[in-house]
Design a binder for this molecule. Sequence first.
Ligand code: C2E
Ligand code: MG
Ligand code: MG
Length: 741
Amino acid sequence: MRLLKLVRFSSFTSRFVIPVVVCVVAVSVAIAALVLWASREADSVAMERQSRLVRLVVSQLRTTIAHNQESVTVWDDAVLAVQEDRGEEWLDYNVGSWMYDYFGHNGAYVLGPDDKLIFGFATDAGAGEGESSFAAISGQVAPLVERLRQTMRAGDTDDLEDRMLSPGEADLTVVRGHPAVVSVKPFVSDTGNLEQTPGEEFLHVAVRYLDGEFVRELERDYLFEGMRFAWSDNSREGEASLPLLAGSGNIIGYFIWQPYRPGLAMLSKLVPVLLGALGLVLVALSILLTVLHRRSKKLHQSEARMKYLAHHDPLTGLPNRALFNERLDRSFLSRRSREMIAVLYLDLDRFKQVNDTLGHPAGDLLIMEIGNRLRELLRSVDTVARIGGDEFIITLPRLREVKEVEAICERIIEAVRKPFVIHEQQVFASVSIGVALAPQHSSERTELTRKADIALYHAKNHGRNGYAIFCTDMDTIVQERRRIEHDLRKALTRSNEIQVHYQPLYNASDMRITGAEALVRWKHPTKGWIAPNGFIPVAEEAGLIETLGQRVLREVCAAASAWPDQMVAVNISALELRNPSFVRRVLDTLDSYGIEPGRLEVEVTESALSGNADQCEKNVNALREEGIRVVLDDFGTGFSSFSRLQKLEVDRIKIDRCFVSGIGRVAGDEAIVQAIVDLAHAKGLKTTAEGVETEEQGDYLKRIGCDDLQGFLYSRPVTLKQFDGLLGVERPANSSEVSAA
Ligand code: C2E
Ligand code: MG
Ligand code: MG
C-alpha cells in the first residue's frame, strides 16, 4: 500500500511537480539575470554620463574663467590703466582681488608686453606676496603666454570660440599644490579705438583651483556624492574616478566620487518586490499543486474503487464472476502439461430458509462468514468468487491428482458445517459442491463452468451437503430433466397422464378411516409411473407447479364430493402458497364441487411457513379463517425445532417418516416422537404419524397418543376406485374424471 502511494506520488511528482519547479526556477533565473543585466547597464550608462558631466564642468570652467577675465580685459579703461600704470590699487580693485570676490578666482596676475609681472594676487599668498607667488607658476604660464602672443601677432581670431571676445590660452596644471585651471587673456580695447601692437598686449592670468571650493560646488550643484580630489587613483570599491588631464596629456590627479547607481537603486527597490512576487507565485503554485495532487489522488482513488467494484462482490469483498473468469482464463494459459485445474461450483443448502427465518441481515452475515472461511481454506493461487446470493465458485489451478480436489471439497464441507454465531445465535449451514476438471472435462471456461454446475445439480439431488465430480452421466441427467419438463408440459394438457392416488388416514384410537392424503402420480407414456419426487421439483423449477396443484385440487374435490364426510389432505408447494390469489382459487374450487372447507386439509412443509414469508403466512391465516385446516408436513426435517413449534399457526403436525421408522430401532427417536406429540397436544394441535410400516411402530404411536396414522402397514396410496372401495362408495362411471386444465 505504501509502495503504491509512493509510486503514485512519484508519478505525480514527475508529471507535475518537477516540470513546474523547473519552469519556475528557469523563469526566476532568467528574470534575475535580466534585472541584474539591466541594473548593470543602467549603472554603467549613469557612470559614463557622470564622468562626461565632470569633464564638461571642468571644460566649462575654463570657458567661464575666460569669460570672467574678458569682463575686465576687453575694456578700454583697463587697457589704458595697465598701459598708464595706474597703480596697484586700481589693478587690485578691478582685475585682482575683485576677481576672487566676484568669480572665486584663486589667483590673478597682470603681465606686461615683455611678459614681466606688473601685478599679482593670490588667495593663499600673504599680503604683498601676490607678485612673488607668481614665481611658483611662471613655468606653467610661460608656454600659454607664448602661444597667446603668437595668436595675437598672427591676428588670427577665426578660431575664437562662440561668444569669446578675445583669444586666450588655458590649461590644467598644478599650482602651489592645487590642481588648477590657468587661463591667460590679453587686455584689448572693447571699442577698437585704442591702438595696440599685436603680440605686445598686457596679459591677464587667472588661476582657479579645482580642489577645495570647486569640489564642494560639484558635490553640491551636481549631486556628486563624496566628491574629492586625489593625486593618485585611490578610489575604493564602488567609487568612480576620472583622471584630470593637462593639455600635455599628463594626468594631474583624479576626481573621485560615489557614483549615483540607478541600477543598484532600482535593484534594491525591485529585489524585495521580485522576491515577494516570487514568493506569491510559489505559494500560488504550491496551492495549485496541492489541489492538483489532491484531485489526482481522488481520481486515482475513485478509479481504484470503480475498478475494485467492477471486479469484486461488495458484500464479501471476494472477486465477482468477471474477475473469476479472468483468473480462470489466465490459469488455462499458464497450465503446464501435467497439471489440472478444478472449478468448484458451490451452493448453500436451504440458504433461503436462513434468510426467511433469521432475516436478510443475518443471511448477509452468514454469507460473509462463509466467504471468510473459504478464503482461509484456500491457497494463494486459488480464487474464490461469489457469483450469486448463496453461490460461490472456486478455481483451483496447479493440481496433480483428483485426490487433491476431493480433499479440498471435504475440507470446505467440513468448514461450512461448523456452526456460525450470528446475532448471538448458532446457525448451521451446509454446502453442496459440483466439480469439473480441466483438461478432462473441458479446457474452455464456459463449458467447464457449465459442467461444474451440472455436477452441483447432481450433488444437490443426492442429499445435499456433499460434492460431486462431473461425469458424462450427469449431463445425461440434466438432459433427462429437460425431457421431463417437456413431457410434463404435454402431460398437463392431457386428461389421463396426471393421476391422483389416495393413501388412507386412520384414527389411531379406533382405526377408522378419517380421510386420505392425495398423492399425485404421473403415468408417463413411455416411462410408466413416475413418483412425485421425480417431477414436482421440475414442475417447481419450470413454473408448472400451480397448474399441477390446481389440477390435483380439482380432481381431489371431484373425488371427495362422493365420500360421505371423510376429509382429504392435499400437498401444497411453497411456491403455490406465495401466490396472493391462492386462497381464492382454493375456495372457488371447493365451492364448485360443493365441498365444505372443513373437509380439506392443506399440507405444507415448514420452509413455506418460515420467517418473513409474509404472503405464505397471510394465506395460511386466511385458509384457517375459512375453516380449512393447515398441516405441517414432514415435521422434524429441515429447520424445524421445538421452539419454532410454539410459534407456528397450524392445526396439525405430521411427524416425518424418518422418526417413525426409527421407532424401536434408533435410540432417541422414540423420545423425539413422544416429545413432538406432547408438545403438539400442549399447543392444541393434532398429530399424524406418516410412514408407519410395522405393528411395533403403530402400537407405540397409539400408546403415546398420536391422533392419526398413515403408512404402508395400513394401506399404500391407492387409486380412487380402490379408495372408494375402502369407503364402500359406489360412484357412477366417469364421474371422478376431471378434464385437463
Ligand atoms: P409427503 O407429503 O410426506 O407424502 C408421504 C409420502 O410418503 C408419499 O410418497 C407416500 O407414498 C410415502 N409413504 C406413505 N406411507 C409410507 C410408508 O409407510 N413407507 C414409506 N416408505 N413411504 C410411505 P410419495 O407419494 O412419493 O410423495 C412424495 C412427496 O411428494 C410427498 O411427501 C409430498 O411432499 C409430495 N407430493 C405428493 N403429491 C403432491 C402434490 O399433489 N402436490 C405437491 N406439491 N406435492 C406432492
Ligand atoms: Mg404430505
Ligand atoms: Mg410427509
